[in-house]
Design a protein around this ligand. Structure first.
Ligand code: FAD
Length: 501
């Protein structure tokens, strides 16, 4: 390493779920130098970041969050905000720590979509390893309310499943968490803390914002930041997440040529898929006033339910069951009733059909990009229909013997809303992101014009540049994606090592 000249073998931009994992794994070889450029601080001793039960309080706090607004939505909730953590560990440092393995069927679909080598069998060893590193284990199964939900679901034919082990039939499952005695095991905690003990070949450049990648003669050679230039002799890897990676590429002249020209950005490589295909899980809450306290739980989010509401042979909604009224106290959710004792059933669209975009607002790196998820715009209206069916399922389950003693009344949507139109309008107005944007620089084969990276994560048409983060998903997995993103960071390290040996 020659840090005086800021030259390294590898420069990684973004120390989040994937980037922190990748940095540590590359730096396990003492012969190579790795620079990890991260926009935020480490927050290494901040209890608000470390304690899992504080996580909901971090969302939207400008100290910890880039807090992206979205473009006005034709059919969805224009007021929702896409939280993105600004610190080492990225969103793994402020998420809810649901640690789910991607369903095998979803990984096999990735392979069918052109991501050769990413099928379930090929990625299994990486999932196994990261589950160990991030100390994944099931929640404590004690809370009375959660046990009542399990009994209610069982009463109505939903078996208790264990999706930690990859079991994703229709059913209800206790979740697993990446935490240890109440402390979240983010990728920063698992791989980089304490930062004072990092090996000398892993150089952390914190609180530094990348502005663009410099490409010379078709090869990525350096990253320009607000604190100077960092050069890579081997490779640059972008791990800035599904919103910032396409922004950074476009600022570097890599993206849809027409759009770049509109902002006077010189076109380095015309890649129409950059910032396209934005795919996110969208949910809506059903809330009941409750008769009693829920019982002990680490963060009140113990259960996931998986339902095949359109009778297609596989689950199409995932449901989060919360021990409180809807957990986001922002517009327009402030309009929803907020009884002191309440619980929530929030179905989300597991494989969204609606697709959006990330576009530059200007060529100034300080400007936030335009994030337009285009929720509920799929032609068939499937995404809306799934949430309507999710609300109907909630009402059926609420009639169960096991929940009888728990419910005072349904307070949202409220029994007066019954028709598909009424429930659809409710679901769209009170819809929120599950914070899983993905697929904005998707991985695919050479004959897919929308693919931005190949299955070895190399950016098409540019030497020495890869991407490893949620933006490369060929398609959003049907469950919470953090473990899949961490898996990408781990596998990326092996791909890079193989190609540079
Ligand atoms: C509130 C919330 C709750 C969630 N809950 C769960 C959950 O319980 N389970 C689950 O599986 N998933 C959950 N997720 C989703 C999951 O955490 C993300 O999908 C995952 O962390 C994305 O990882 P990433 O590596 O793509 O990006 P990130 O983890 O966001 O990492 C990107 C990193 O890049 C840095 N960066 C960005 N731009 C720049 C720049 N220009 N220069 C330098 N650095 C930059 C950022 O500071 C950040 O550290 C949640 C997300 C949120 C926001």
């Amino acid at each position: 390493m020659n840090s005086a000249k800021n030259t390294f073998d590898y420069v990684i931009v973004g120390g989040g779920s994937a980037g922190a994992t990748l940095a540590k794994r590359l730096a396990n070889d003492p012969e190579v130098s790795v620079c990890l450029i991260e926009g935020g601080p480490a927050n290494e001793n901040d209890p608000k970041v470390l304690m899992l039960n504080e996580s909901l309080g971090l969302v939207g706090d400008p100290k910890y969050d880039y807090d992206y607004g979205i473009a006005p939505q034709e059919r969805g909730n224009s007021l929702l905000r896409l939280s993105r953590a600004k610190m080492l560990g990225g969103c793994s440092a402020h998420n809810d720590c649901w640690a789910l393995r991607a369903p095998d069927a979803d990984m096999d679909r990735w392979s069918e979509l052109g991501a050769e080598g990413w099928d379930a069998a090929s990625v299994a060893p990486y999932f196994d390893q990261i589950f160990e590193d991030l100390r994944v284990h099931p929640v404590t199964k004690g809370a009375e309310l959660s046990n009542a939900w399990i009994a209610a679901a069982n009463e109505q034919g939903f078996e208790t499943i264990d999706n930690t082990q990859g079991d994703y039939r229709q059913g209800i499952s206790w979740v697993s968490l990446n935490e240890d005695s109440g402390v979240r095991v983010s990728t920063a905690v698992a791989y980089l803390f304490p930062t004072s003990k990092l090996p000398p070949n892993l150089y952390l450049q914190l609180e530094t914002l990348a502005h663009r990648v410099v490409v010379e003669d078709g090869r990525a050679v350096a990253v320009e930041t607000n604190k100077g230039r960092f050069e890579a002799t081997r490779e640059i890897i972008l791990s800035t997440g599904a919103i910032d990676t396409p922004k950074l590429l476009m600022l570097s002249g890599i993206g849809p040529a027409e759009h770049l020209k509109q902002h006077d950005v010189e076109v380095v490589q015309d890649l129409p898929g950059v910032g396209a295909n934005l795919s996110d899980h969208i949910e809506t809450p059903v809330i009941w006033e409750s008769t009693k306290e829920p019982g002990d739980s680490i963060n009140g989010l113990d259960l996931g339910l998986y339902a095949d509401v359109l009778q297609e042979g596989d689950f199409s909604i995932q449901v989060t069951i919360g021990h409180f009224t809807y957990w986001l106290h922002s517009e327009p959710f402030n309009e929803l009733p907020n009884p002191p004792l309440a619980f929530t059933f929030a179905p989300n669209v597991a494989r969204p059909a609606s697709k959006g975009t990330i576009r530059l607002a200007s060529a100034d790196p300080k400007d936030k990009p335009i994030v337009d998820p285009r929720y509920f715009t799929d032609e068939e209206g499937r995404d809306e229909r799934l949430l309507v069916e999710g609300i109907r399922l909630a009402r059926e389950l609420a009639k169960s013997e096991a929940l009888k003693d728990w419910i005072v009344q349904e307070v949202a949507p409220g029994p007066e809303l019954q028709t598909d139109e009424e429930l659809g309008a409710y679901a769209r107005r009170y819809s929120n992101t599950v914070y899983h944007p993905s697929a904005t620089c998707k991985m695919g084969s050479l004959n897919d014009p929308d693919a931005v990276v190949d299955p070895r994560l190399r950016v098409r048409g540019v030497e020495g540049l890869r991407i490893a983060d949620a933006s490369v998903f060929p398609e959003l997995v049907r469950v919470n994606p953090n473990m899949t993103v961490v898996m990408i960071g781990a596998k990326a390290a092996d791909l890079i090592k193989e190609d540079n040996s």
